[in-house]
Design a protein around this ligand. Structure first.
Ligand SMILES: Nc1ncnc2c1ncn2[C@@H]1O[C@H](COP(=O)(O)OP(=O)(O)OP(=O)(O)O)[C@@H](O)[C@H]1O
Length: 225
């Protein structure tokens, strides 16, 4: 089992935002997470990543208690949250190479060039992140998560600032992750991403329930329209 939560209640300052949630992801399982603004999606993902203490219950990754300071956890878990952290004075390509080499990714040069291409930022490779558009920086941040080994991928609203084509390409990449055996936890507001990923959807709110991707996508599309 890659990710398991047991009666997990998440929140801030011991005040619950959502839960209890019981999640069980095996290799190749994807679970999308939706909910209104403030429902607790990011709080849930941050708790799974060990960045927040659970208010109740517990989280296990690969059968062990989560500790984001430990090497095994860092080696197994790739995440993209809403924070950007780029090393100053390092180009986009160098940033990806540092990530790949830091995680001992085999053939780092080829992996990085392929990722720059797949994320449509080949031309941006020689530029500094600060000089890129916000969407290009988002693509770079996502590419970094794919530049390293991973057994669990945690993505918090990865669609932010991406155009339609890139969102669809990202859905394909998530399905490819599934095929290669990565477990993926994906919080999103995007009905297209939900539909194209096609995974079960955990709706967080007063009560947490799992629904079909199509139903969740229809509901999100309805909210927008
Ligand atoms: N740093 C924080 N300190 C205290 N409370 C917080 C903090 N961050 C978020 N919250 C609260 O926790 C609850 C859940 O917030 P969270 O960010 O997890 O929601 P979300 O579902 O990700 O929302 P959104 O769709 O807007 O991104 C909200 O009531 C929010 O106000």
């Amino acid at each position: 089992m890659v990710l398991r939560t047991h009666g997990l209640v998440v929140g801030h300052d011991r005040s619950p935002a959502c839960g209890p949630v019981d999640v069980a992801l095996e290799r190749g399982d994807v679970l999308s997470v939706v909910g209104d603004n403030g429902a607790g999606k990011s709080t849930l993902l941050r708790t799974v990543l060990g960045l927040l203490e659970p208010v109740g219950g517990r989280v296990e990754v690969l059968g062990r208690a989560v500790d984001e300071r430990e090497a095994w956890f860092r080696a197994a878990v790739a995440s993209v949250l809403d924070t950007e952290a780029f090393i100053p004075g390092v180009t986009a390509r160098e940033h990806l190479l540092l990530v790949a080499r830091g995680h001992a990714t085999p053939g780092p040069e080829g992996v990085v060039d392929d990722l720059l291409d797949r994320f449509g930022i080949l031309d941006a490779g020689s530029r500094y992140p600060a000089s890129l558009s916000s969407g290009q920086r988002r693509r770079l941040l996502l590419a970094a998560a794919f530049a390293r080994p991973r057994e669990l991928m945690v993505l918090d609203e990865p669609e932010q600032r991406l155009d339609g084509d890139m969102r669809r390409a990202l859905a394909t990449m998530i399905r490819d992750e599934q095929a290669r055996g990565t477990a993926v936890l994906l919080a999103t507001h995007d009905p297209v991403l939900l539909r194209e990923v096609g995974a079960p959807v955990l709706v967080v709110g007063d009560r947490c329930v799992v629904v079909h991707a199509q139903d969740a996508a229809d509901r999100l599309a309805g909210d927008r329209g």
